[in-house]
Design a protein around this ligand. Structure first.
Ligand code: FES
Length: 133
């Protein structure tokens, strides 16, 4: 069973969905994983309270890049309110395999960048950066 999820993660890593950037994003942020330096940037188009387009670019391990790809699929078409609510459990659910404590920074990099992009655009209250348990 978990093999299937490993394949699923590798598929997102090798064929990232929504990879790229937007010409004029309504929300944008980027950040890196302080441990490894891997990077991630997210662009969002927001219209009428909905996230209508998502693009991400990054460089990093399979978990960080697959999580970003899955997150991009998860948020496209959702309302900003719904996206604001997304948390770590949603990311872990989409990855579908247990993530060791050492890899949680990888798994949550895109989530952190997503919330930062919304905060910078004034669409969500800036949150305390939940630094890595
Ligand atoms: Fe860098 Fe995973 S090892 S984000």
């Amino acid at each position: 069973m978990s093999m299937d999820y490993r394949e699923y993660i590798l598929d997102h890593y090798r064929n990232p969905r929504n990879y790229g950037k937007l010409e004029r994003p309504d929300a944008h942020a980027e950040d890196s994983n302080p441990l490894c330096g891997d990077q991630l940037a997210i662009d969002l188009q927001v219209e009428g309270g909905l996230v209508t387009e998502v693009r991400f670019q990054g460089r990093g391990c399979a978990i960080s890049q697959a999580a970003a790809s899955m997150l991009s699929e998860m948020i496209e078409g959702k309302s900003v309110e719904e996206v604001v609510q997304l948390g770590k459990d949603d990311v872990l659910d989409s990855l579908g395999i247990p993530i060791s404590p050492a890899r949680t920074k990888c798994a949550f990099l895109s989530l952190r960048v997503l919330h930062r992009s919304l905060a910078l655009a004034g669409l969500e209250k800036p949150r305390e950066e939940e630094e890595e348990e």
